[in-house]
Design a protein around this ligand. Structure first.
Ligand SMILES: Cc1cc2nc3c(=O)[nH]c(=O)nc-3n(C[C@H](O)[C@H](O)[C@H](O)COP(=O)(O)O)c2cc1C
Length: 364
């Protein structure tokens, strides 16, 4: 049998994927007023292949979920309607499209919040970093600690957003438990300082995220649910003191829900033997997460992607910056073509074309 690689088909639940090159969720800040725009039709359809999996940019679940300018939402009728033609365009080209559901928690400021109120979080401790790495120079406002009896309302917002995503036509949702947004602010012990059943022990800190998973699984079915985690990342001074234990506990717990996939971001690349390399820290999670597919992301290229698929370390690999700059990335991998370079300066500008839909395709 030929060894598996990125272009080997994969059956993920009921989805027959024709290859394993996934579009990673990429915030592009071009959804004016939190409403997805028609230019996203071209952007996503450019990155669609028949049988390819796409994960949408992080999408707010409620009016308290926002912290970045012009990121899309999925809590109003208008937003749901605006997503429909975008999802349809992906489906028309045979793609499989998941919506990443997001609540930023304290990675926000009063200006993004209803009535100028403080952002909500697991804590009332402010973020120490002054700026969001690479994104902008927004100052964060001190958050308001959610009361225990408010937490079910936030879980309900996640549930309703998942329901809306299905109504908009998405094939499923990815719950954003990564990058120390609201779910991560509960999970990570450097942030969570609660003394109720949502704080303290590892089990308590993971409770909020798992209750979100449970509510969404009940609403739309486990076969349409993915979860993204980044236990190893320490963005904005928010590390966990034991990321391996956190990752393992979440992987074991999620395995019991029979969700479709677990998507894990690797730790930052490190210099080994004179070369920047991916630390490959996800293996213990892979060993316990056996009921669904495992997607890995973070610093991958074709060679490294082929290698982890061949070795069975992951089932699928998500590509962020390379897919952003190479709309036909699976094709380029197939023919070993040169890759276009991404332009960091245009990642988050609001232009509907520049740095968004103007990256070149290979000439046929
Ligand atoms: C412009 C940009 C926007 C991103 N937005 C999101 C996002 O909305 N949700 C998310 O989970 N990760 C987001 N990420 C992280 C990527 O999904 C991915 O994990 C990261 O870029 C590392 O993968 P790469 O080395 O293939 O780029 C973003 C990254 C970039 C560069």
């Amino acid at each position: 049998m030929e060894p598996k690689h990125l272009l080997t088909p994969y059956k993920m639940g009921k989805f027959d994927l024709s290859h394993r090159v996934v579009l990673a969720p990429l915030t592009r800040q071009r959804s004016y007023g939190n409403v997805p725009q028609p230019h996203a039709i071209l952007y996503y359809s450019q990155r669609t292949t028949p049988g390819g999996l796409l994960i949408s940019e992080a999408t707010g679940i409620s009016d308290t979920a926002q912290g970045f300018p012009d990121t899309p939402g999925i809590w109003t009728k208008e937003q749901v309607e605006a997503w429909k033609p975008i999802v349809k365009a992906v489906h028309d080209k045979g793609g499989v499209f998941f919506c990443q559901l997001w609540h930023v928690g304290r990675v926000s400021n009063n200006g993004f919040q209803p009535n100028g109120e403080p952002p909500i979080s697991s804590t009332d401790k402010p973020i120490i970093s002054k700026t969001r790495e690479e994104v902008d120079i927004t100052e964060f406002s001190p958050p308001r600690r959610l009361k225990t009896n408010e937490i079910p309302h936030i879980i309900n917002d996640f549930r309703l957003a998942a329901k809306n995503a299905i109504e908009a036509g998405f094939d499923g949702v990815e719950i954003h438990g990564g990058n120390t947004y609201l779910i991560g602010q509960f999970m990570k012990d450097s942030v969570n300082d609660r003394d109720d059943e949502y704080g303290g022990s590892l089990e308590n800190r993971c409770r909020f995220g798992l209750e979100v998973v449970e509510a969404i699984v009940k609403e739309i079915g486990a076969e349409r649910v993915g979860v993204r985690l980044s236990p190893f990342l320490d963005l904005m001074d928010e590390p966990d003191s034991n990321p391996n234990a956190l990752g393992l506990y979440m992987a074991e717990s999620l395995n019991k829900y029979n969700i479709l996939y677990l998507h894990v971001i690797e730790p930052r690349m490190v210099l080994m033997e004179g070369k920047l390399q991916i630390p490959h820290a996800v293996f213990p999670m892979r060993k316990v997460f056996i009921n669904g597919a495992l997607i890995v992301a973070g610093g991958y290229d074709k060679d490294e992607g082929d290698k982890v698929i061949r070795e069975g370390y992951a089932d699928l690999v998500a590509f962020g910056r390379l897919f952003l700059a190479n709309p036909d990335l699976p094709k380029r991998f197939e023919v070993n073509a040169m890759l276009s370079k991404y332009d960091r300066k245009t990642f988050y500008i609001s232009d509907p074309v520049l740095g968004y839909t103007d990256y070149p395709f290979l000439l046929n």
